[in-house]
Design a protein around this ligand. Structure first.
Ligand code: GDP
Length: 375
């Protein structure tokens, strides 16, 4: 009651007990009330009541993780007054961004994504990379709960000075989350992270969304979980640049190999996700580290091929145009509902439609007319 304004900086329960200040979730845990409170109370740099863009910009380009966290909190804020400062910050960060490899990773819960990211990320850091891990968790936009955020994850990786782990933004429609993730990528790149791993669970449109913001998309499979090939969503295979059968260790190794061979057969008949690249399938073990360097080798080959034939650049340009469209949709929607009269009329129209007293088309025309008259 008394210290309502004071942001809660306790660690979420799934964070490592000895996590240092570099652990991003100390600042924002992503799915909790704490996050909402931070957003609402603007726990970002302020100067005389306004967001201090200079301070945020300088901190981010210097690679200061605490400032990066604050910058992302500003980006993720749903508050109307944060929109412009956030966009100003992004504009300034953009020339410093774009130099990373953006890798999407999807798979059902339990496939081993977080274990894989822990192992792969730690390996990448040992090779001299700086790794940021972001998540798009559609479950957190639908319910207050979260598939990705509630467990102890990536303990070793999160302790490295060369890593930055950020849970999924918790509120808003998926489109808004995608935009925020794009902007978060820009901030991470400007802070010097050269590999961005974006994890998602295959719910709803999340895979398509992640595909639309990454350079390389990886599908993680497991064997023997009743997920025989017909259970795998074919559409998702068609989005993938690499299919990996995880948990190829112990008694499961042979089975994983069989699944991999079956997947190769299936992939043979599918349209590849990226022109000029035949999506391979391979096994790996996030636990033993089997094929971890080989996965990076595949990604590197992919990069040299797609950079060579221009597909990499084409994809990024296309994604920028998609970003424009989603930005426009979001901005227009915000503008539309910002008018109290329209928002009230919209809610009223919904009631009338449900009562059978108004058709959706007439309601839409009336609302648009109302909106036009406010311009
Ligand atoms: P996520 O839900 O996809 O993020 O999956 P997790 O990374 O949480 O892993 C789910 C379970 O599978 C955990 O108990 C992990 O220890 C286990 N697991 C993950 N990778 C491997 C692996 O390569 N081999 C084996 N044997 N188990 C694994």
């Amino acid at each position: 009651m008394t210290d309502k304004k004071k942001p809660d900086t306790r660690l979420p329960e799934w964070a490592p007990k000895d996590a240092g200040s570099e652990f991003a979730t100390r600042v924002v845990s992503g799915e909790t009330k704490q996050h909402k409170a931070i957003n609402e109370n603007t726990h970002v740099s302020r100067s005389h009541g306004a967001v201090d863009i200079d301070k945020l910009f300088n901190g981010v380009v210097e690679g200061n993780i605490t400032v990066l966290s604050k910058a992302i909190t500003l980006i993720e804020s749903n508050s109307h007054k944060h929109f412009e400062p956030a966009q100003e910050l992004i504009k300034r960060l953009l020339p410093h961004a774009g130099k990373s490899i953006r890798i999407g990773i999807t798979g059902v819960p339990g496939a081993g994504k977080s274990t894989f990211i822990e192992t792969f990320g730690t390996w990448l850091i040992a090779q001299g990379h700086k790794v940021a891990v972001l998540a798009i968790d559609p479950s957190s936009t639908i319910s207050k709960g979260s598939i990705l955020g509630d467990k102890t994850r990536m303990e070793k990786l999160s302790r490295s000075q060369s890593s930055f782990i950020r849970p999924s933004p918790s509120s808003g429609v998926l489109g808004g989350v995608a935009r925020k993730t794009r902007e978060t990528i820009i901030a991470c790149e400007a802070a010097g992270f050269d590999i961005i791993l974006i994890e998602t669970v295959g719910v709803g449109q999340s895979e398509v969304t992640v595909r639309s913001i990454v350079d390389f998309f990886m599908l993680m499979q497991i064997t023997g979980a009743g997920d025989d090939l017909q259970g795998i969503k074919k559409g998702i295979m068609e989005l993938a640049d690499l299919v990996v059968v995880n948990k190829a260790d112990g008694t499961n190794e042979l089975k994983a190999d069989t699944t991999k061979n079956e997947l190769i057969q299936v992939l043979h008949y599918l349209q590849p996700a990226t022109t000029g690249w035949n999506t391979p399938a391979m096994t790996c073990s996030a636990l033993t580290g089997l094929n971890i360097p080989e996965i990076w080798e595949q990604i590197s080959t992919f990069l040299s091929i797609t950079r060579g034939n221009g597909v990499f650049e084409q994809r990024r340009s296309g994604q920028n145009l998609e970003w424009l469209d989603s930005m426009l949709t979001e901005a227009l929607t915000q503008l539309f509902f910002h008018d109290k009269g329209i928002a009230d009329s919209y809610n009223n129209s919904k009631k009338l439609i449900l009562a059978g007293k108004l058709t959706p088309a007439i309601a839409a025309i009336k609302l648009i007319d109302m909106f036009k008259s406010t311009l």
